[in-house]
Design a protein around this ligand. Structure first.
Ligand SMILES: O=C1O[C@H](COP(=O)(O)O)[C@@H](O)[C@H](O)[C@H]1O
Length: 260
């Protein structure tokens, strides 16, 4: 697993634009070398900000949208089309505006979908979908995601892995149901840390003053049960993309010397 690297941008708008440009380059590179790319999306303000910036970027046309697999790191277990679902928000921010192949858009199940309100069955179903997509060269029962993005919550949660809840302790399953999440809605579906760590690159997004404490804690080796963001690492790269406000409480030795 890779050690965290930090990039700090002036403000959240610039962070979203720079991260969108970085993502376009990653996707284009992966499509050039392997013919396709796979990206795991995050919900939350920073993830949606990145998607909205990508929608505005002229270079978005460099991506072959039909050869891109999209997965989700977590989902709020709500009915299809609910405005609070991460997939609904991603569609509004970007996905409805680009020519994706619907078979490659792997939304997590909704609470009124094929599994009904059974969140454990929904999690198992998504794990099966990931396992089917994982080739023999993969390191886990999930594909080798090119980039897996995670918004960092003010309590250091990533995906729907909240401090001290059972999901963050999971070591075997790749997807689990979450009950009693402290942030609404309480019932969610999430990738686990073993699934996250199968990604080539993990990008953690943190912008805004309310993320400053979380970034400082997660980057100070606290242990992943207390601070799930600390356990999110990529095989080749772990990149923290911050704005100056979110970086404001970092210990000086962690702050990169020459960030714009
Ligand atoms: O509920 C969620 O929150 C986190 C962080 O969201 P933010 O708005 O504080 O940036 C997000 O990463 C996760 O996907 C989402 O379900």
């Amino acid at each position: 697993m890779s050690a965290p690297q930090l990039v700090v941008h002036r403000d959240k708008e610039l962070m979203a634009q720079a991260a969108a440009a970085r993502l376009i380059t990653k996707i284009v590179d992966a499509q050039s070398s392997r013919g396709h790319a796979s990206v795991v999306l995050t919900g939350g303000r920073n993830g949606n900000g990145l998607l909205a910036a990508l929608a505005q970027a002229p270079a978005r046309d460099a991506v072959d949208w039909g050869r891109l697999d999209l997965w989700w790191g977590d989902e709020r277990f709500l009915p299809e089309g609910d405005p609070e679902r991460n997939v609904t928000q991603a569609r509004e921010a970007l996905l409805d505006a680009v020519p994706l192949d619907p078979k490659r858009v792997h939304a997590m199940p909704a609470s009124d979908g094929v599994y009904g309100a059974d969140v454990e069955a929904a999690a198992y179903g998504y794990a099966q979908e990931l396992a089917r997509a994982a080739g023999p060269e993969n390191h886990a029962a999930v594909p080798s995601f090119d980039v897996l993005m995670l918004g960092v919550g003010p309590d250091t949660h990533v995906a729907s892995l909240f401090p001290e809840l059972p999901a963050v302790r999971e070591t075997e399953r790749t997807v689990v149901g979450v009950h009693g999440a402290p942030k609404p809605p309480p019932t969610r579906v999430t990738l686990t840390l073993p699934a996250i760590r199968a990604a080539r690159e993990v990008w953690l997004l943190a912008a805004g003053e309310d993320k400053a404490r979380a970034a400082a804690i997660a980057l100070s080796d606290p242990g992943e049960i207390q601070a799930p963001a600390a356990g999110a690492r990529g095989r080749s790269r772990t990149l923290w993309l911050l704005d100056a406000a979110a970086a404001s409480e970092l210990p000086r030795e962690l702050y990169p010397p020459a960030s714009p």
